[in-house]
Design a protein around this ligand. Structure first.
Ligand code: TGC
Ligand code: FAD
Length: 385
């Protein structure tokens, strides 16, 4: 589909190369299968992990330890092309790079970094991020999971997490817990006795993605398991800023895939003697979708440049997550309508993207959380509590 605003012309040669490489990977390795994975509710993580690792997209914005060390716009472009395949694929990459590798890279000890980052960058070890709990989603400050040091100095971790992407397939979990010293992060090998991670089934969204609960039943960890470099809620929230950045780019890809499907359908499906794309009501839908897509792309590129300049704020990330997910869902829903009855089958990508985007609207801060963040930025008044 034509990039009317020529937004990608603003990308560097290297960024365009990354775009084309990831796009080709998605066309060859993901699109032929992802409808079946979605229907069967599987994500072949062990098979895809090393391939994604060799593509260089796992922790691609981090320096050293086998990571590609690329700029934020490059990371964003990669997320966009991955999510044009499926939000579950981008989720896998977001969780691995931004939520599991990033806290180890930013706040971990030298030993934690050496132990986990090279294997995670290569896709040989899979990570997950445990913040949300059954009773504490939007309000993680009140989490119940807790860790206490015993006389030997070991940490004893107890509690439960819910809705954890990659949970039951992970080799390592970054778990946030209350301690006597406030919220701390723990690097938990998933084969530690007392750790369990049953998969959550019956999802109607993000079906090509593994989602699990995590349970910690007197999980004994060495003193060295804690992330030494951060204390307090700002630890996990800073990771969320990284992952939300990937989402605000990623959903542009899902939206583009939906618009492309709608244009293709509208120009070939004939009713009342002409292609349905020839009716003004269809063109109005398509034109608004094009406007929404272009605005989202501009927002993503602008925020990417701010991130590369080192000035991106959490409020700006909330703006992008809120605006771009809303735009993508609107585009997906309009596309689904244009496809008529065919819009509800997995023969076309639209219903898959549309239902995936319902999760994306909720995770990494619900729409309401980002609205309240912008409300607080505008008024200086806290309406969360
Ligand atoms: P608040 O008082 O606002 O902040 C507490 C401390 O954190 C600092 N802070 C940040 N620091 C770094 N980066 C950020 N983005 C930060 N945002 C806030 C803040 O300055 C403060 O620091 P200090 O030093 O003063 O203590 O905290 P609050 O309790 O009022 O809560 C604010 C709120 C509601 C915005 C926050 O709790 C929130 O974002 N809630 C939403 C929870 C959420 O998004 N969970 C996501 C879980 S992970 C997930 O969904 C993965 S999806 C996986 C996939 O992609 O597949
Ligand atoms: P709640 O917080 O209970 O919210 C329910 C409703 O109340 C929402 O509409 C919300 O916006 C609204 N609400 C809450 N507080 C307010 C308020 N103050 N004002 C107005 N409205 C409010 N978490 C992780 O830690 N790691 C993961 O890897 C992960 N992966 C996920 C994968 C999937 C597929 C899904 C669906 C979720 C995932 N999550 C993960 C959890 C996700 O971050 C939470 O679902 C999300 O933060 C919302 O929490 P909740 O579901 O408990 O909803």
């Amino acid at each position: 589909m034509d990039d009317l605003l020529r937004i990608d012309d603003g990308l560097s040669e290297e960024q365009r190369l990354i775009r084309d490489t990831v796009k080709t990977f998605v066309a060859d390795r993901i699109l032929p299968h992802v409808g079946d994975w979605f229907e069967e509710a599987v994500f072949p993580a062990r098979e895809l992990g090393p391939v994604l690792g060799s593509l260089g997209v796992l922790g691609m914005h981090l320096e050293g330890y086998g990571c590609a060390g690329l700029d934020a716009v490059s990371y964003g472009v990669a997320c966009r092309e991955l999510e044009a395949g499926d939000s579950g694929l981008r989720s896998f990459v977001s969780v691995q790079g931004s939520l599991a590798m990033f806290p180890i890279w930013k706040y971990g000890s030298a030993e934690q970094k050496e132990e986990w980052l090279p294997r995670m960058a290569a896709g040989e070890a899979i990570g997950c991020f445990g913040l949300t709990e059954p009773d504490h989603g939007s309000d993680p400050a009140n989490m119940r999971t807790h860790a206490k040091q015993d006389a030997s100095g070991d940490w004893i971790l107890n509690g439960a997490k819910m809705w954890i992407t990659n949970g039951s397939i992970a080799d390592v979990a970054v778990v946030w817990a209350q301690t006597e010293d406030g919220i701390r992060g723990f690097v938990v090998p998933t084969d530690t006795p007392g750790f369990s991670a049953p998969e959550i089934h019956k999802k109607m969204s993000l079906r090509a993605s593994v989602t699990s609960s995590l349970y910690f039943d007197d999980v004994r960890l060495p003193a060295s398991a804690v992330l030494p470099g951060v204390r307090g809620l700002k630890g996990p929230l800073s990771c969320l800023s990284e992952a939300r950045f990937g989402i605000l780019w990623g959903v542009v890809g899902a939206a583009r895939a939906c618009l492309e499907a709608a244009v293709g359908y509208a120009t070939t499906r004939v009713q009342f003697g002409k292609p349905i794309g020839g009716f003004q009501l269809t063109q109005e839908k398509l034109a608004w979708m094009y406007v929404g897509l272009g605005q989202s792309q501009l927002t993503a590129l602008h925020l990417g440049r701010l991130k590369d300049a080192g000035t991106l704020t959490p409020q700006q990330v909330s703006f992008g997550k809120l605006a771009n997910v809303r735009a993508a869902l609107d585009i997906a829903r309009r596309s689904r309508a244009i496809l008529g009855g065919n819009g509800i089958t997995l023969e076309y990508p639209v219903i898959r993207h549309m239902t995936n985007l319902e999760s994306v609207l909720t995770y990494e801060g619900t729409e309401e959380i980002h609205l309240l963040t912008l409300g607080r930025a505008l008024t200086g008044l806290d309406a969360f509590h």
